[in-house]
Design a protein. Structure first.
Length: 457
């Protein structure tokens, strides 16, 4: 792929700023760029990963970086570091820094980063650095691990999933509901005012239902999707209407979820034992363990009307290489990426944070182990201690994989960023009583089409 001129890239950045950077002002972008680009000379022997991993995962990553340095004495002059940003910050900061000729050598995050990164040409196509035999070592089903766009591979995953599941407190509900009708029946008995003050003290279910990402699984439960295969929005349909109405009814008719909820409220209710279930992702599970919650993982209950399970967005998470990384530093970065996506490294993350590995050998070994197989993995060194630790996470890993199987891979195109922004106002207006689900679906579609057209100008 030919590199476009810097002027052309800067022009592309200006056109997409409204959407990718959430309409931040030009002043804020320039200020951020001045602090992020820095002096390249100070970093010649430092390889940095910008990541949005949660604290537990970052601790494992730090251990792996130390192990890489110890096992690769040929790179003794190099330092290997990681730097944390929130998900939106790492995306924004990396794009700004890379456009300025700097930034981290590796950037880590979900696959939907690839769309905006490639639009601004701030990451490298990887097929020139890795052969096809290497790519073939990563799973293609139930989720394709590595991320391709426009005929190139731009991200190599170390894990797959990153998806929403039903998390249930086994001390409050020993078996999770299988269908939505079962959830409602349980909710009517469990949701109650326990102290007689007129306010509900415990709920059957709590989750961040006000946000589109947490709404989309139910859209899939009615057979809908946010866009078609040509990446055109498909929001104005019966599935959007029914999914919106269902969530509103869970709150207003059946009264089994909180009247008001966001991520923090729902998480607090679950941690305090005041919600029997929550819809959340693998990033939250370590926190539930730390709180001593005896929890299980299951599929979000099936929609009775359709016989379909809600389909959360599923995305690989992995590493991309900065377009500015060249020469010897590029060679070392490639070797580090190979190490971080090796079966042994991936299983260390699985062992300690219940993530699902992307390498064929590691994934096949894990799924066999979860099915009580004694199979010995090919090409992977697995100790008895590792096997024991993986088995201790058996129920959580099995539930996560089962939910992933009915999920949908998140599109990596820039249009996906527009979809989220287009859904939010109208959907939240339904919850606020200001719009009907049908009117909201029509408005979502119109806004998405308008913003996508503007983005392409």
């Amino acid at each position: 792929m030919e590199r476009k001129s810097l002027a052309h890239r800067e022009n592309s950045a200006m056109k997409t700023t409204r959407f990718i950077f959430f309409r931040r002002t030009a002043f804020a972008l320039l200020l951020a760029a001045s602090t992020l680009t820095g002096c390249r000379g100070d970093r010649d022997k430092i390889i940095t990963i910008w990541t949005q991993m949660v604290p537990g995962e970052r601790k494992i990553l730090d251990e792996m970086l130390v192990r890489f340095a110890q096992t690769h004495p040929e790179y003794k002059d190099y330092q290997f570091k990681e730097l944390f940003y929130e998900t939106e910050q790492v995306r924004q900061n990396f794009m700004i820094a890379a456009l300025g000729g700097s930034g981290s050598e590796l950037v880590y995050g979900p696959s939907d980063n690839v769309g905006p990164f490639t639009k601004l040409e701030v990451i490298q196509p990887l097929e020139k650095l890795f052969d096809q035999a290497y790519f073939d070592k990563f799973i293609a089903a139930p989720v394709k691990a590595n991320t391709d766009l426009n005929g190139h591979t731009y991200q190599i995953a170390d894990q797959v999933g990153n998806h929403l599941c039903l998390v249930y407190n086994k001390d409050l509900i020993p078996e999770p509901p299988r269908t939505m009708s079962e959830l409602i029946r349980f909710g009517k008995t469990f949701t109650k005012d326990t102290n007689g003050d007129g306010r509900i003290d415990q709920y059957a279910l709590a989750w961040n239902y006000i946000e589109p990402f947490f709404f989309v699984p139910f859209l899939g439960g009615y057979g809908g999707n946010v866009m078609d295969s040509a990446f055109r929005p498909t929001l104005n349909d019966e599935a959007t209407v029914k999914a919106s109405q269902l969530i509103k009814d869970l709150r207003d008719v059946y009264k089994i979820i909180p009247r008001e909820s966001d991520y923090d409220i729902a998480n607090t209710l679950f941690k305090e034992g005041r919600a029997a279930m929550i819809i959340n992702g693998p990033w939250s599970w370590a926190g539930y363990r730390e709180n001593g919650i005896n929890f299980g993982i299951a599929r979000i209950p099936m929609i009775d009307e359709t016989g379909l399970y809600p389909a959360p967005m599923v995305s690989p998470r992995g590493y991309s290489i900065n377009v500015n990384t060249q020469g010897e530093k590029l060679k070392v970065t490639v070797e580090l990426l190979k190490f971080l996506t090796s079966p042994e490294t991936e299983l260390e993350f699985t062992r300690k944070s219940a993530t699902i590995p992307s390498r064929v050998e590691a994934y096949n070994f894990l799924t066999a182990l979860l099915e009580d197989s004694l199979a010995v993995p090919e090409g992977v060194a697995v100790s008895d201690e590792l096997r024991k630790d993986l088995l201790s996470n058996k129920a959580v890993l099995r539930g996560s994989i089962e939910q992933m199987k009915v999920g949908r891979t998140m599109p990596v195109v820039s249009e996906m960023r527009v979809i989220w922004d287009s859904m939010r106002p109208a959907y939240q207006a339904v919850l606020g009583g200001g719009k009907t689900p049908a009117a909201a679906a029509s408005e979502m579609q119109a806004l998405a089409e308008k913003l996508i057209d503007e983005m392409k100008q």
